[in-house]
Write a protein that binds this ligand. Structure first.
Ligand SMILES: C[S@@+](CC[C@H](N)C(=O)[O-])C[C@H]1O[C@@H](n2cnc3c(N)ncnc32)[C@H](O)[C@@H]1O
Length: 256
């Protein structure tokens, strides 16, 4: 763990296991500290540990929002944008503005550097996904890649997304999920739980974050549970697609 005591009292699906159970502030600090520590090697490790698959997954997530993005003046937010890779995929389809939001300054600084080479209308802002600086019903679509799992409260995260989306607004959540194949499942779990944490520690030089990754995925709602959470929160036409046998899944839906 990067910091704090695992929230052992938290049931699967309530929030990330980082920080003290039920305490948003301590979770926020622990998550912030962890991503600040790995920010310099984040992009390299992402692509290396996923064998480059994360790049294709983000492109599919952005394409899922392309109808909204193609509307002139559309306002699309990328929550927990980190170093901005989903934002840059979104802006390629955009006829409006893309706003990447993250609360970790070192991650955002990298996104802003990368934005200098990007032609689109893209802005990065320091903001907490649980308390967004957007008005009610002011956003046309929300994307989030590999960030949602890190929130202190998943239900609060979904409610905040629903608050800022206009009716009919689209959501696309890309997140690690459950691999169930009888052959691929055990092989992937061995890699994910035994190999990846060691590789991540070795390359990043930081102990903890790459052990947190499999731990947090194990506690995150699986594909069907996350889809149900979105429906229960007032999203319709909710569906998901699995990538690479369920290593990651993209959930989409529309605010009623
Ligand atoms: C695994 S990274 C994902 C970054 C990027 N979206 C991507 O696709 O590579 C998770 C990011 O979520 C951010 N994050 C976690 N909790 C957050 C919160 N409550 N508000 C804003 N950002 C948050 C972290 O700072 C980190 O940059």
């Amino acid at each position: 763990m990067a910091s704090g005591t695992p929230a052992s009292g938290q049931a699967s699906g309530q929030g990330t296991p980082l920080g003290w159970a039920g305490d948003e502030g301590s979770t926020r600090n622990a998550v912030h500290r962890m991503f600040s520590a790995i920010a310099p090697r984040y992009d390299f490790l992402n692509h290396f540990l996923s064998l480059g698959r994360d790049i294709a997954w983000r492109r599919v997530a952005a394409r899922a929002l392309r109808e909204t993005l193609a509307r002139p003046g559309s306002r699309v937010a990328d929550l927990c944008c980190g170093t901005g890779d989903l934002s840059f995929c979104l802006v390629r389809h955009s006829q409006g503005v893309v706003m990447g939001a993250d609360f970790c300054h070192p991650m955002l600084a990298r996104a802003r550097n990368k934005a200098n080479a990007c032609a689109g209308n893209i802005h990065f802002l320091e903001a907490d996904a649980l308390h967004l600086p957007f008005g009610d019903a002011s956003i046309d679509a929300v994307g989030c890649a590999f960030g949602f799992r890190n929130l202190a409260h998943y239900g609060q995260g979904i409610d905040e997304i629903r608050r800022v989306l206009r009716p009919g607004g689209r959501i696309a959540i890309l997140e690690f999920s459950r691999v169930r194949g009888r052959v691929f499942g055990p092989v992937f779990r061995f890699y994910f739980h035994r190999i990846l944490p060691r590789l991540g520690k070795w390359i990043s030089g930081v102990d903890g974050p790459y052990q947190y990754l499999p731990d947090s995925v194990a506690r995150f709602p699986d594909q069907d549970e996350l889809a149900q959470k979105l429906r229960d929160a007032g999203f319709q036409d909710v569906s998901y697609v699995n990538f690479t046998g369920g290593v990651a899944a993209l959930h989409v839906g529309e605010k009623k």
